[in-house]
Ligand binder design. Sequence first.
Ligand SMILES: N[C@@H](CCC(=O)N[C@@H](CS)C(=O)NCC(=O)O)C(=O)O
Length: 507
Amino acid sequence: MSLGTFYSVPYQATGKRIRAVAAFAGLKLDSPEGYVHFETNKTPEFLAKFPHGKIPAFEGADGFKLFESSAIARYVAALAPNSTLLGSDLKEAALVDQWCSVADSEIAQYIYLVLQLTRGSIPYSKPIHNTLVERAVRALTTVDKHLSTRTYLVTERITLADLAVASVVQVAAEYIIDPELKAKLPNVVRHAETILNHPLVKDVFGPINFCEKAAQFVPPKKEKEAKPAAAPTPKAEKKPAPKPAADDDDDEDDNLVPEEPKAKNPLDSLPKSTFNLEDWKRAYSNKETRGPGGALEWFYQNFDKAGFSVWRVDFKYNNELTQTFMSSNLIGGFFNRLEASRKYLFGSMGVLGQTNDSIISGALILRGQEAIPVVNVAPDFESYEYKKLDLENPEDKAYFEAALAWDLELEGKKWVDGKNCKADLSRYHRDVILFDRDGRQEREHIGEKDGDKVGARVGRLLWCRRGHRRRVRWEEQVQNRLNSDNRGVVRLLEEVVSNYRRTSTYD
Ligand SMILES: N[C@@H](CCC(=O)N[C@@H](CS)C(=O)NCC(=O)O)C(=O)O
């Protein structure tokens, strides 16, 4: 019998930990019907049960409700019959809690902050980045020393502490444990590999992937004031850019938007291509995919195979997929995390099959002849396999066309849901409205920009207001009409605005 309903998404590390506890204890957890992350968890029904609106969350068969991953993990472990997961006396139980706390507060906490910094959802600061990594490494080193004389953390058997620490090390491996750090943590590595590969939990956790290079911040590009190309404004009307040197607001402006990148993306240095990806995205959006005058016809007429390549992409862990809508969300998340490469990339991916028997597959069109430099902006890019397609080969061509037309069928599984990774231009057409203290609105139209430019633009907008020395207190909010699914941009805007509030002095 199932313990109850467990709300999580397949890639959520804390969710995996809880599933692993259940699997280890031989207990069953059901997945909710129709859960869509960032939608269902905001509904009044969900909030009535779980007021914090977050997952993981658990609703027992007896109606008992619980949220916060550590509490759920502990509760499930405690329900395990004859389990030694929580130790067998008070002291062992306390030591289990101790290492679980180290996993969550001393390692995971810092890794997630590093992730948010490097992805730009928290304004980037190198010293803060370094400090967070140092703190996580300090705790990992403590765990490593402890494990130098033991197989497991607390007892001679696997406890919740081992599952907790290993699950956190799995995340750390992906983002901070590069070869140099890995060499310093031999016991942590051995322990994590033992736990994560245990036959009872192996399928829940999936493989541990150590990164070659720790996650780094890649600053989004700022718009160049001096570059008139995109601006239709006649040159004569151009006002000189506000003079920064004498303006003491400058430092603040630097805090508002990330630094201009020092290094150009190498993809920008590739020889010019005749294939315009934005035109293709437009053609794909506006035309039928197949048939005369369709998007594929447009594609074959315009494609430049020297400047671009097409790829088949397959999810590596299809056996972990459950509900097809959850898989579809997984693709959406992957595409969101590819945001920084949006201008080099078009994608069409889908879920094929049915609940508990589905696969994720699709096609990418990308700049250059290598997939990795384009997709590695997404921290989960290694969860997918990439195979270059040869459009001269009829099989590859048929695959490519079907992935774009959303009628791909593989292993007898039919396409049930699809997503595209493309700049939806309407998504970036919006007004940003600033309110002054008296409730007056200033409206600024943001045109066809990509996400990070929108953020930079708002930063600049605030800067200009102050540059004009207007006696108003620009605060309150930036209202935007962003699609709610474009969370990266929403967050960036929120960060820019909250950062402005914190740092501004009013003139
Ligand atoms: N402290 C919580 C953190 C859970 C958490 O942050 N969950 C995120 C996962 S994406 C969430 O549900 N966010 C939804 C939201 O913020 O609306 C735990 O360990 O359970």
